[in-house]
Write a protein that binds this ligand. Structure first.
Ligand SMILES: NC(=O)c1ccc[n+]([C@@H]2O[C@H](COP(=O)([O-])OP(=O)(O)OC[C@H]3O[C@@H](n4cnc5c(N)ncnc54)[C@H](O)[C@@H]3O)[C@@H](O)[C@H]2O)c1
Length: 281
């Protein structure tokens, strides 16, 4: 593993599922962490970590927390599909505050983007991992739309202000895969940790995007910028195949698209069968 960063690293969303795991694991690597979340940190603080409770909507608080930091691991915000009004504050305005803080500190942003920014991309037919890094955003809801906005914000802040950013197009980051779709989308906790280490410590990142899933043979996604930061996942979901491959829905929309069940939430394009509208995509 790379040496610990010389400057502190700010971790938003620290009280969440991934935030708590990252706080524990990165602290164990000797990193100095500033943790923040709107919810209290529910565990004893790891060594060399401090915690400030704050809302991502509060730009001044973010500027203060980021002071002297070399990188911001941005994992805070609404993390599931929600109405636009709920998503807007933390995920749109909050992201702007993160980028303004990064711009002032010349810090790199590592953004927890999501596969749901591409949820209406078709799943590959056969075994080929066909969706490459340049694929069009096809968000499957307001949550996925906010992640596409976040990636584009990274594009703009790099082009205009030289703020480096690594966009982690996260699949399903849970301790173990739970359904057939996750044979494609699963990202193990150790692979997320090594990805964050690579994203923070790589000498140069520019603006880049990584399909953040483990080395799953059934993955949907192809080329990305992982070589630039020197990341390779080590785990893969195949050991779970026998237990999970029958765990599919009976819904043609869910099974057609990469975003799975999120594509079905508030879906009103009835009257078209998924195959009818194929020609019009
Ligand atoms: N877990 C996954 O499989 C997965 C997949 C794709 C993307 N992601 C992204 O990774 C990040 C972390 O995911 P998670 O599973 O740990 O989610 P989580 O919901 O457990 O954590 C998100 C944290 O953000 C905090 N938060 C929400 N609104 C806030 C606000 N206004 N101000 C400050 N903090 C606020 C919450 O309190 C929570 O602790 C999220 O951005 C999510 O979109 C996760």
């Amino acid at each position: 593993m790379a040496k610990a960063p010389t400057k502190p690293v700010l971790l938003t969303g620290a009280s969440g599922a991934l935030g708590r795991m990252l706080a524990r694991e990165l602290s164990a690597l000797g990193w100095t962490l500033r943790l923040t979340d709107i919810a209290p940190f529910p565990e004893p603080l790891p060594p060399q970590a401090s915690f400030v409770r704050a809302d991502l909507n509060d730009g001044v608080a973010l500027l203060r927390q980021a002071e002297g930091c070399g990188a911001i691991l941005h994992f805070g915000g609404v993390s599931v599909e929600q109405p636009f009004e709920v998503v807007m504050g933390p995920n749109l305005r909050g992201l702007y505050h993160v980028y303004e803080a990064a711009r002032r500190e010349r810090a790199r942003v590592i953004f927890a983007s999501s596969n749901h920014a591409f949820g209406f991309q078709d799943r590959p037919r056969g075994n080929a991992a066909t969706t490459d890094v340049e694929a069009a955003f096809r968000p499957d809801g307001y949550y996925g739309l906010s992640k596409a906005y976040g990636e584009l914000m990274g594009r703009m802040y790099w082009d205009k202000h030289g703020v480096e950013n690594v966009n982690l197009r996260t699949g399903s980051c849970v301790p173990a895969p739970l359904e057939a779709r996750m044979l494609s989308t699963w990202l193990s906790y150790p692979d997320l940790v090594s990805l964050c280490v690579a994203a923070v410590t790589a000498p140069r990142a520019g603006h880049c995007a990584i399909w953040a899933c483990s080395d799953n043979p059934a993955r949907f996604w192809g080329r990305d910028h992982r070589a630039r930061i020197g990341w390779q996942p080590r785990d893969n979901a195949e050991a779970y195949r026998a237990a999970l491959e029958g765990k599919v829905s009976a819904d043609a929309v869910i099974e057609r698209y990469q975003g799975g069940a999120y594509t079905r939430i508030d879906y009103t394009r009835e009257g078209f069968s998924p195959s009818d509208c194929f020609e019009l995509e």
